[in-house]
Design a binder for this molecule. Structure first.
Ligand code: IDP
Ligand code: MG
Length: 139
């Protein structure tokens, strides 16, 4: 069944000119990009987005990094989109990511790991609505 997930191309990938390559992988996988925007998050926006990690030691560094430069935010649509996009991304730590995944091939390190994807249907719903109105999404 077709579903939606939230994706981000993080500042390290945008600044190295990898956005087109990443979007091409999404399209090649059969998923559709149904919303796309370039943003520069404020620190407060990044803190709200990553609120689930507020007690983790890396929270300050992560939210500082995510507000340090432009990101592309997107909504992806397709069969099992949330699980499929996480598979294409690879493990959080590029050192653990499988061959052929975006993080294995493009990530700089554990923090600057090039892409974000929702980790459940519930987080996908929260993350999509954090940035997009329903009218921004065109299936
Ligand atoms: P995910 O992006 O694969 O879902 P999460 O555990 O939700 O991974 O962590 C969110 C983001 O926080 C990661 O993508 C990465 O950028 C950063 N991060 C996670 N763990 C660490 C860490 O131990 N040190 C530094 N940054 C981390
Ligand atoms: Mg996560």
């Amino acid at each position: 069944m077709s579903s939606r997930t939230f994706a981000m191309i993080k500042p390290d990938a945008v600044s190295r000119g990898l956005s087109g390559k990443i979007i091409s992988r999404i399209e090649t996988s059969g998923m559709k990009v149904v919303a796309l925007r370039r943003i520069l998050m404020t620190p407060a926006q990044a803190q709200g987005f990553y609120i689930e990690h507020k007690d983790r030691p890396f929270y300050g560094s992560l939210t500082g990094y995510m507000s340090s430069g432009p990101c592309y935010i997107a909504v992806l649509e397709g069969d099992n989109a949330q699980v499929k996009w996480r598979e294409i991304m690879g493990a959080t730590n590029p050192a653990d990511a499988a061959e052929g995944t975006i993080r294995k091939e493009m990530a700089v390190d554990l923090e600057k790991n090039s892409v974000h994807g929702s980790d459940s249907a519930q987080s996908a719903a929260r993350e999509v609505s954090y940035f997009f109105a329903e009218a921004d999404i065109v299936s």
